[in-house]
Design a protein. Structure first.
Length: 216
């Protein structure tokens, strides 16, 4: 059985977001011949951490040559890709909203707060002094808005509607900057803490996860 895979990237060569897709719909003929490791390298190329990923051209299923240049992390436009998955399930698999169970797994989220500072929000604050606050703010804002829209679709305004579909978000929140995990984190204590947080999140939600996956 073929797995259905969608990988979000941003194409700097064309200046647009993109989702690399396996052939889970008869019209998806562009990407099935693209090796999965190249898709992974593309979506892992986070700006300021790695250079954009480029590779040699490949052929789509019709034999047309496809350029594959300057791909970066899809997190720049879909840090929480839950909405993409929801739309794909409806349009590519012809599923009604009520038929969908969506399991979303996060990688940890820092709480970005700045409610005491009144000035000094220049370039030094946002991107210098060994900080990447502007990136953290963009990423967090995207993820939070995806959560808001999922909630609106799931339970309506002010959560007044019964569940319209199954949805579970697994994530851990870092309440302060000291505890937060960077994308290039090497501190073994922090990495172990992240592992413990992930296991605790799984244990708390194990029953619901198994139910959504129709394992129990």
């Amino acid at each position: 059985m073929q797995n259905s895979v969608g990988v979000s990237v941003y194409d700097l060569h064309k200046g647009c977001p993109s989702v690399l897709k396996s052939m889970y719909h008869e019209r998806f003929k562009r990407d099935p011949n693209l090796p999965l490791f190249k898709a992974a390298l593309s979506t892992s190329s986070a700006p300021t951490y790695f250079d954009p990923y480029s590779s040699e051209d490949y052929e789509d299923l019709d034999g047309t040559s496809i350029e594959f240049k300057y791909k970066v992390d899809g997190g720049v436009w879909a840090n929480n890709p839950s909405l993409i998955a929801l739309v794909e399930a409806q349009k590519a698999f012809n599923k009604e909203l009520q038929e969908i169970n969506l399991l979303s797994i996060g990688t940890g989220q820092s709480v970005f707060l700045e409610n005491k500072r009144t000035k000094g929000f220049g370039i030094f604050y946002w991107i210098l002094n060994n900080k990447k606050r502007i990136i953290e703010l963009f990423m967090q804002g995207q993820s939070q808005q995806a959560e808001n829209l999922i909630s609106l679709l799931k339970n309506g305004i002010d959560k007044q509607e019964p569940d319209n579909f199954g949805y579970l978000r697994l994530n851990t929140i870092f309440e302060n900057e000291v505890d937060s995990i960077q994308m290039d984190e090497t501190n073994q204590i922090k990495l172990k803490d992240l592992e413990v947080r992930a296991m605790n999140a799984y244990k708390r939600n194990k029953g619901e996860i198994l139910r959504m996956l129709n394992i129990c």
